[in-house]
Design a protein around this ligand. Structure first.
Ligand code: SAM
Length: 237
């Protein structure tokens, strides 16, 4: 009877496999509380079932306030970071978006909720394949998953209204700037290998207006215009 009462108060049945109540708490305590207020972004964060993108042995952590390991030394980013970067992109329904670093595909799904078309690139073939299967099963048919080095962008579908890099880069890769449409927005964690800052660029012709956001800690962007694959030994400690 107590269980029934709890279910009535929260408004969700006790066997709610969509974990809506946890998502609601995540949005309230981790995202709104830290100042991400765009209603469209919040609606997408409430809608996308984050636990569907988290490995089975980490299900309990799906809505916790930190990144979660997804294998291959990679992570699904902290929910707040996903919301914050998405808000910075100011997406509208007709936008074409390029994401560099598919990982689990969770951020891809959030982008697909808000934009017209999403191209996402992942350097680990197995992650790209799993994300593609998952996104397809969840009905995200406006998403194209590409296996490759995203530091070179994806020329075939350029220009993009928005570009999001979800790994830390020493600098903003030049190809990503070139593939940005007029008025396009680019967000990229930029800086050292251990700590970065979110940098946002807005393209106006051949000039790019730059602004600096919060500091963050991302796995490295590894590729031709990112970090080298094999780092010198002093980086490994
Ligand atoms: N957006 C992801 C999510 O929601 O799960 C999280 C991405 S994880 C923090 C960063 C991802 O970037 C990793 O999966 C990593 O393999 C990928 N990555 C790193 N360098 C890359 C590159 N040059 N091209 C494409 N993907 C890259």
């Amino acid at each position: 009877r107590i269980m029934m009462a709890v279910a009535t108060i929260t408004g969700f049945p006790m066997d709610d496999f969509s974990r809506q109540a946890e998502r609601e708490a995540m949005v309230e305590t981790q995202i709104i509380a830290r100042g991400v207020l765009d209603p469209k972004v919040l609606a997408a964060m409430r809608r996308v079932q984050r636990h569907r993108f988290v490995p089975s042995d980490a299900q309990a952590q799906a809505y916790e306030d930190h990144p979660v390991h997804i294998g291959y030394g990679q992570t699904i980013s902290q929910p707040y970071m996903v919301a914050c970067m998405t808000e910075l992109l100011n997406l509208t329904p007709g936008d074409r978006v390029l994401e560099v670093g598919t990982g689990s595909g969770y951020q891809t799904a959030i982008l697909a909720e808000l934009a017209g078309e999403v191209v996402t690139i992942e350097r680990h073939a197995a992650l790209a394949e799993t994300a593609q299967t998952r996104l397809h099963e969840l009905g995200y048919d406006t998403v194209t998953v590409v296996h490759g080095d995203g530091t070179l962008g994806y020329f075939e579908r350029a220009p993009y209204d928005a570009v999001l890099v979800t790994a830390g880069s020493p600098d903003i890769p030049p190809a990503l700037k070139e593939q940005l449409a007029e008025g396009g927005r680019l967000v990229c964690p930029t800086g050292g290998r251990d700590v970065q800052r979110l940098i946002k660029l807005v393209r106006h012709g051949d000039t790019y207006r730059s602004s600096e956001g919060i500091s963050c800690i991302f796995v490295p962007l590894v590729g031709e215009a990112g970090w080298p694959e094999n780092l010198p030994p002093h980086h490994l400690t």
